[in-house]
Write a protein that binds this ligand. Structure first.
Ligand code: SF4
Length: 436
C-alpha cells in the first residue's frame, strides 16, 4: 500500500498517457463516482515524486516474485535478524517522506496566494493543485464543509477548469425528504458531468461494483480500528501501528487510484495482522492506555505517536470513522444506487464534515464509547474557524458522560511545535497511566 502510494506518479502517467484515462482530483474519501465512470480518482499529492526507501523497493520486488505469503514467511524467518526494526524503519521513512512533501505543498500554497491564516489542509491542497493541477481533467468536490473550504474550491477554477461540485444540503428530521431529493439531483448532475468528461456511462452495474468494493474496504478498515486496535497484543509496536493508521487515513481518499488493488491490500493487511497476533509476533500492549487523536486529516504533527509510545501509550487515528465515511452503502436487490449513495452522503454530513458542533461532538462520543478509549487528544488546527471550536463542548461531554479526560494541542505546520506537544502530553500520559 505504501509502495503504491509513493509510486503513484508512474502509475498515473501510465493511466493518463498510455491508457488515455481521465484523472479526477478527489479528497476526503469520495472516490466512488470517479471509479464508477471509469476515471482515475487521485488525491493530488500522489502526482508528486517521492523518495522511496530502498528496503521498500526490495520488499515490493520480493512480493511480485514470491507472492505475499512467501514474502511474509520469509519475514517471519528473518525476524530473528531484527527485520521488525527494518519494517518500523520503512514505515517511518514512508510517513516522513509523505510529510516532507505535505510541508512542501503547504509552502507552495502559502507563497502563492492562499492567506497563511487558513488551515494547513487548505494551504497544502492548494499547493498540490498548483504544482500538478494541469495534469487533472476535472476536480470532484463535495461542498459540505466550512466556508473556507468552499471558497478554496472556487479559487481552483483557474488551475483546474472542470470543477464538478456536489452540493450536500443540510439535513434535519423536518426536511429529510426534501434534502434527499436535492442530494439525488446533485449526484445525478455530477454523474452527467463526469460522463461528459470521460466519454463513459455510469450504469447500475458500475455503481454496484464500486460500492461493493468500497463496502469491503470499509469492513477491513473497521476491523483494524475496532478489533485489532483494541487487542492487548499488537502485530508491531504501537508507533508503527499508528503509522499504519495514518497511512490508511491518507490513502483512503483515493484508494491509491485502483479500487481492486486497494481492497486486496486491505485484505492482506488484516490477514497479516491477525496471523502475527495469533503467532505471538509483535508486542504486548495490555498495560498501555489507548488515546484517540483527532481530527488529523487536515494536518497534524506525526511525531506525536512516537512521543506517546515513548511515554507508554498508544495512539488511534480514526478520522474517517468519526466522520461517518466508513458507513457502508446498502446494496439490496432492487435498491436505487444513486439514492443510497445520496443517503450515505447526507448521513456523513450530519456527523462532522458538515461542521456542526453538536453533531461532531456526538459522533466523537459514540466512537470513544465504542472504541473504549482512555483519553482524547484534540488537534486544534491553526486558522480553522469551525471544527476547532468544538473542543470546549467536547471536552465537557467526554468528562461528564464518559469520564474520559481530554487535552488539546495546537497545530500549524509539521515539525514546528514538537517541544510544545511533548510538554502538553507528558502530564496527560502520566495521569492516564496512573488510572490504568
Ligand atoms: S473545517 Fe477547519 S480544518 Fe477543515 S477545511 Fe475548514 S478551516 Fe480547514
Amino acid at each position: 500500500m505504501a509502495y503504491n502510494f509513493l509510486t503513484g506518479r508512474e502509475y498515473l502517467k501510465k493511466k493518463k498517457f498510455k491508457e488515455k484515462k481521465k484523472l479526477i482530483s478527489v479528497a476526503l474519501g469520495f472516490p466512488d463516482l470517479a471509479f464508477a465512470v471509469g476515471g482515475i480518482p487521485v488525491f493530488p499529492i500522489r502526482m508528486e515524486s517521492f523518495e522511496v526507501n530502498k528496503y521498500l523497493l526490495m520488499l515490493n520486488s520480493a512480493t511480485s516474485v514470491l507472492g505475499w505469503s512467501l514474502t511474509s514467511k520469509f519475514l517471519d524467518f528473518a525476524r530473528q535478524f531484527d527485520v521488525l526494526k527494518i519494517v518500523d524503519k520503512i514505515l517511518e521513512d514512508v510517513i516522513t517522506s509523505i510529510h516532507s512533501k505535505y510541508n512542501e505543498m503547504y509552502e507552495l500554497g502559502v507563497n502563492n496566494g492562499v492567506p497563511s491564516e487558513l488551515c494547513y489542509g487548505i494551504n497544502a491542497l492548494y499547493g498540490m493543485h498548483l504544482s500538478k493541477g494541469k495534469n487533472l481533467d476535472a476536480n470532484l468536490n463535495f461542498a459540505m464543509r466550512c466556508g473556507e473550504w468552499n471558497k478554496f474550491y472556487e479559487s481552483l477554477k483557474t488551475t483546474v477548469p472542470n470543477q464538478i461540485t456536489i452540493e450536500v444540503p443540510p439535513k434535519n428530521p423536518e426536511n429529510e425528504n426534501m434534502a434527499l431529493e436535492q442530494m439525488v439531483n446533485s449526484v445525478k448532475r455530477a454523474i452527467s458531468d463526469l460522463e461528459g468528461i470521460t466519454g463513459n456511462f455510469v450504469t447500475d452495474n458500475s455503481l454496484e461494483k464500486q460500492f461493493r468494493i468500497g463496502n469491503q474496504v470499509k469492513r477491513f478498515y473497521k476491523t483494524i480500528l475496532y478489533e485489532i486496535s483494541s487487542s492487548n497484543f499488537y502485530p508491531c509496536n504501537p508507533a508503527s501501528f499508528a503509522e499504519i493508521l495514518a497511512l490508511l487515513t491518507i490513502t483512503f481518499q483515493d484508494y491509491n487510484s485502483n479500487a481492486q488493488r486497494y481492497l486486496n491490500n486491505m485484505s492482506q493487511l488484516v490477514k497479516e495482522m491477525r496471523e502475527r497476533i495469533k503467532k505471538g509476533i509483535g508486542m504486548d500492549v495490555s498495560h498501555m492506555p489507548r488515546v484517540l487523536f483527532a481530527p488529523m486529516y487536515q494536518g497534524w504533527e506525526p511525531e506525536v505517536h512516537e512521543i506517546i509510545y515513548k511515554l507508554g501509550g498508544r495512539i488511534i487515528y480514526a478520522d474517517w470513522d468519526l466522520l461517518g465515511l466508513l458507513e457502508e452503502i446498502p446494496l439490496s436487490k432492487n435498491s436505487d444506487h444513486i439514492e443510497d449513495y445520496s443517503r450515505f452522503l447526507l448521513n456523513a454530513s450530519t456527523k462532522g464534515i458538515g461542521c456542526n458542533k453538536e453533531n461532531m461532538t456526538n459522533s466523537y462520543l459514540a466512537a470513544a464509547k465504542k472504541m473504549n478509549i482512555d483519553g482524547l487528544i484534540f488537534n486544534q488546527v491553526y486558522g480553522c474557524p469551525s471544527i476547532s471550536k468544538t473542543y470546549d463542548i467536547l471536552k465537557d461531554k467526554m468528562k461528564t458522560e464518559l469520564n474520559i479526560p481530554s487535552i488539546v494541542i495546537n497545530f500549524k505546520k509539521i515539525g514546528e511545535n514538537i517541544e510544545q506537544v511533548k510538554k502538553s502530553v507528558e502530564p496527560f500520559m502520566e495521569r492516564l497511566k496512573n488510572k490504568y
